[in-house]
Ligand binder design. Structure first.
Ligand SMILES: Nc1ncnc2c1ncn2[C@@H]1O[C@H](COP(=O)(O)OP(=O)(O)OP(=O)(O)O)[C@@H](O)[C@H]1O
Length: 422
């Protein structure tokens, strides 16, 4: 039975332009349109059943909080309908609904009455609310003296004690300390079991996976994916990862363009205009008898990718050029997690591949049939060197990649294992 029904909801905001600070700007822009209409939600529809928990995910500004505010009726949609059956309780903005000069206890009364409880009902629950918040010592102090964590404890304790049929939570749980957070999650599981329907907005996919049956990914005001959290989150992570990768790559391009410009300027300064200067980087060394031209990390279809799942195939492709004849070069790779942990390293010599002969130009494929790394951000080193370790070309942190896991085991790598329980 659906308790929440959201149908074709659209929401627009007027965004006002600043006409400028100075008198000149104000005069110049006096005829400028004062605002534009920003479409924030562009036809959102979904249903949530009784006792179900839904997670709303999406990047900053995608419209999640707006949707939650429409559900609490703090604001109204421009088009579409939202129907919620029963009493709604919410934790939307930290401290919203609290009066700063009133004590914690007085605020419990005003806040709980907003959610529809009578004075008698609040009297009966007061001790439970205070004891859950663990704020006994401070409950008679004005809430303006509370820390953000204390605000959250009080707000959460009220919100879960008003016998709501629907509980709406916006990112608020992030404020509490770890032990209170885990207490909140236990409580959420309990009230969900008792039939409360929950909607949570969070950037912590782990938090959503702990409690939600369903996730909705909102992207620029539209629903991109709906489904089980562990099915939707990898797709979302992949999208976000690729997006982040593109940002990193384009900022690298700008940086290298700037470097080229500096080098050109230096060359002009030293009258060495026709001598191509070498870009030396602290991340690269070697005599370049063999030179690495390109490094790619590709998926099973040969597409260069940034995000992988634990267990996926990963191919590292190294393109090289021989500048001077060399004998028996050794090719190596190293994988580091972004906190510096050296996760894996090997080379052709360690793998007993002797007598490597390279052509004038060619490519080398290092194929990882099953990447067992666990969730995290990783950096790749690639090198070609002599057996004694003298580098022809060593590229440190040449590529980064991200791994996500749909299981929740922890550590650096998944060890192949079996359980045998009698
Ligand atoms: N009252 C408002 N007036 C004008 N624009 C608004 C208003 N409230 C939100 N917006 C805009 O609507 C868009 C969606 O905001 P919203 O807070 O819903 O996003 P969100 O997905 O919750 O983001 P975040 O993850 O950063 O909290 C943003 O571009 C925001 O600037």
């Amino acid at each position: 039975m659906s308790v929440i029904s959201v149908k074709n909801v659209e929401k627009n905001f007027k965004v006002y332009f600043d006409k400028g600070q100075s008198l000149k700007e104000r005069l110049l822009f006096k005829n400028r349109n004062h605002y534009e209409i920003r479409k924030v939600l562009k036809g959102i529809s979904f249903e949530v059943d009784k006792g179900e928990a839904l997670g709303l995910i999406g990047e900053n500004g995608s419209g999640k909080s707006t949707l939650l505010k429409l559900m609490t009726k703090i604001m109204y949609p421009d088009k579409g309908n939202i129907n919620i059956k029963g009493r709604v309780s919410s934790l939307i903005e930290l401290g919203a609904g609290f009066h700063p000069d009133m004590s914690g206890k007085e605020n419990i009364y005003t806040n709980a009455s907003i959610f529809g409880l009578t004075k008698k009902e609040i009297d009966r629950r007061l001790n439970d609310i205070i004891s859950f918040s663990e704020l006994e010592e401070f409950i008679d102090n004005p809430v303006r003296t509370y820390s953000s964590g204390m605000y959250m404890r009080l707000a959460f304790s009220v919100a879960i004690n008003v016998d709501a049929d629907v509980l709406l939570i916006d990112e608020i749980l992030a404020v509490g300390d770890a032990s209170f957070q885990s207490k909140c999650f236990d409580k959420l599981r309990e009230i969900k079991k008792n039939g409360t329907t929950i909607v949570i907005v969070s950037h912590s996919l782990g938090q959503i996976e702990q409690i939600c049956d369903k996730s909705i990914w909102i992207d620029q005001g539209v629903i991109r994916e709906v489904g089980k959290p562990r099915e939707v989150h990898p797709i979302y992570m992949e999208f976000m990862g690729e997006k982040r990768h593109q940002v990193i790559e384009s900022s690298k391009k700008i940086e290298s363009k700037n470097n080229d410009q500096i080098i050109e300027e230096q060359a002009e300064d030293t009258n060495e205009g026709n001598t191509p200067l070498e870009i030396t980087s602290i991340n690269r060394w070697g005599n370049k008898d063999i030179e690495i031209n390109e490094v790619k990390i590709c998926d099973n279809l040969g597409n260069e990718k940034y995000v992988y799942r634990t267990g996926d195939l990963m191919d590292i492709i190294i393109k090289y050029k021989m500048n001077n004849e060399t004998v028996n070069p050794v090719i190596g790779i190293g994988i580091f997690r972004n906190d510096g942990i050296h996760c894996y390293g090997t080379n052709t010599s360690t793998d007993s591949i002797d007598n490597v002969t390279l052509k004038e130009e060619g490519s080398i494929r290092f194929s990882i049939s099953k990447n067992n790394l666990l969730e995290g951000e990783y950096l790749l080193d690639v090198a070609i060197h002599t057996k004694e370790g003298f580098a022809y070309d060593y590229l440190k942190d040449v590529k980064s990649f991200r791994v996500y896991s749909v299981q929740s085991d922890i550590g650096v790598t998944r060890l192949d294992h079996e359980w045998d329980i009698n």
